[in-house]
Design a protein around this ligand. Structure first.
Ligand code: PLP
Length: 367
């Protein structure tokens, strides 16, 4: 039996056509994009193509900014630290709150916790039925005191989609900046930045069959941002450092493919997930966020009387890769905020019916 990979929320396989467009930039086209000679200028056409691919995929306005970063962790930290720098310059410190959720990925959670030591209050909207409690958000939101709203869009463990449209509309109405960690969204749900008024989003290419170590930060036109890295004038001054040419080209191609094939991929993945979840329910499984709008590819479940770590161990022994949650938070699953104990299966366009059948067979042996 070939190994089965059902951990696509941790990372995805590089699409071969993404690899193909990246390859010349590791060899013949190795020049520094900022060099004025032919080795540098040889990279420009591919960088322009990648930029167009990104702007088209996210439906960006020409005046919006897209900064290529090393990934979502850097993008999220850049936004949070930029808010911190502004806060430190405020005289009366009247605005001192950031509103977030209690189920952020550690990249956002830890970055926000760091800001507390500077006097910023982090308010977590509590969870109700595996999603944020929108009524409580409305109760606690005070635009005069809020520096930023920073919320995950699609939760990496459960796949639950946060009602961000409504929150973003409220933020826009009161002119409060809003950032979203949209790392799990590309290719799995709509992400049209003309349709949802977000000021910043963060993402990582390796979550949608692009390369690791490259991602992006979207900055809406006129949204302020203080860079985290100072140095050369790359990325319009928003992120200094020699351009990761191969990474940018790979990100562009990956986001283009993910967006152009989104509908067909969602249909394929959804039908696999439906079969998977129907059989899991018949086995007595509990599926987290089952009543919520969820990503097409994610099932976070528990089986009665079977330890989640044991399930993952048993699957792995049978060459099936699943997870007990986010690869980055698996050490802290017992933390009060993350009391959900279960196993995450996350599918991709490369998942097959055979993968699902084999996994179900393997799980049935545990009952
Ligand atoms: N945010 C979410 C929701 C994620 O799933 C991840 C990766 O697991 C990250 C942020 C961090 O991404 P990266 O490690 O590529 O910076």
């Amino acid at each position: 039996m070939n190994p089965i990979y059902l951990d696509n929320n941790a990372t995805t396989m590089l699409d071969p056509s993404v690899k193909e467009v990246m390859e010349p930039f590791f060899s013949s086209h190795f020049g520094n994009a900022n060099s004025p000679h032919l080795f540098g200028t040889d990279t420009h056409e591919a960088l322009d193509i990648a930029s167009n691919q990104i702007y088209n995929a996210l439906n960006l306005d020409d005046e919006d900014t897209f900064v290529v970063t090393s990934g979502a962790t850097e993008s999220i930290n850049t936004v949070h630290k930029s808010i911190l720098f502004d806060f430190l310059q405020q005289e009366n410190k009247k605005k001192n709150k950031i509103i977030t959720t209690s189920f952020e990925h550690s990249a956002s959670d830890k970055s926000l916790q760091f800001l507390k030591s500077f006097g910023i209050e982090i308010i977590e909207v509590p969870i109700k039925d595996d999603n944020i409690d929108l009524d409580i958000f409305k109760e606690i939101f005070n635009p005069d005191e809020t520096l930023l709203i920073s919320m995950i869009y699609a939760q990496n463990e459960t796949g639950v989609i946060v009602p961000l449209h409504e929150i973003a509309n409220i933020a826009q109405q009161y002119k409060v900046p809003i950032h979203s960690d949209a790392t799990q969204c590309v290719g799995k749900m709509g992400l049209d930045l003309q349709e949802i008024p977000l000021d910043y989003i963060s993402l990582s290419a390796h979550k949608f069959h692009g390369p690791k170590g490259v991602g992006g930060l979207y900055i809406k036109k006129n949204a302020p941002l203080t860079p985290l890295f100072h140095g050369g004038n790359q990325m319009g001054g928003f992120r200094a450092g020699t351009l990761n040419t191969a990474g940018i080209v790979g990100l562009g191609k990956a986001i283009q493919i993910a967006t152009e094939t989104k509908e067909q991929n969602i249909q394929h993945i959804k039908s696999l997930k439906q079969k998977f979840e129907e059989e899991l329910l018949a086995m007595g499984a509990h599926i987290y966020g089952a009543t919520q709008d969820r990503l097409c590819n994610t099932t976070f479940m528990s089986l009665p009387s079977v330890d989640h770590d044991y399930i993952v161990w048993h699957l792995n022994k049978n060459q099936i890769a699943a997870a007990t949650g986010s690869a980055c938070t698996s050490q802290i699953l017992s933390k009060t905020k993350l009391q959900r104990q279960g196993v995450r299966f996350s599918l991709s366009k490369y998942s097959s019916e055979n993968d699902i059948d084999q996994t179900l067979e393997c799980l049935k042996k545990l009952l």
